[in-house]
Ligand binder design. Sequence first.
Ligand SMILES: [Zn+2]
Length: 234
Amino acid sequence: MHCAEVGKPLIKFSHCKKSIYSFSVPRRCPLCQQDMGSRKLEEAPVSITNPFTNGHQEKCSFLLRPTQGTFLREYDGKSDLHVGITNTNGVVYNYNMYGVQRDETGWEQSVSVPLLQPDMYGLMHRWDKYLEDFSTSGAWPPHRYEGDRHNCCAYALAFINCVLTAEGKEQLDKTEFTEKHVVPRTRLASKYIALYRAVAERGFCVTDHADRETRPPSGSGSCGELPASAEGTG
Ligand SMILES: [Zn+2]
């Protein structure tokens, strides 16, 4: 199930030795106009993993979204991003100039980094209390907010480290967390956004197969290759 907030699902199929992305399989190949009805098995469409999730359905996760607007519509690669932490009910705790917010809507199109491993179920029971206590600790009032230092990221990272300390685990390094968990996801999101917009605009988008070291075809419709979902079409 895809909800409207995370956009229409993208699929990829092969034809003319190219990868072609679109929202649905067309009756004819947009490149050679041949009937797509009798395609070979290796040309069967696959769905493309959507890097966005409804943050309100994610438990104990780190979320990222544009401060204004959404990724698919407004994000331009440079827009300010806002981050938050979900509790076990999908309420997103985040810090801004008005203090700690507990959002029940607004994070429907987020990049999500799960913070709990499957073997940390015990912690899940303590999570909401940790998050509430941390948020009311007095360190996050509106007047202490500073856009480039004492901000949403500082709040989220400090909370993660607070939990790690309480659980007797090693602290997390901000740079390491960003490079290991955030950057790969935002990079994928940027590619997906470019692809999604190209398909929305032209109806389809073409790339050479990833395993072939050929230049993209000249003319319109060229875009980056994205990993296909293992779930198949759905
Ligand atoms: Zn074709």
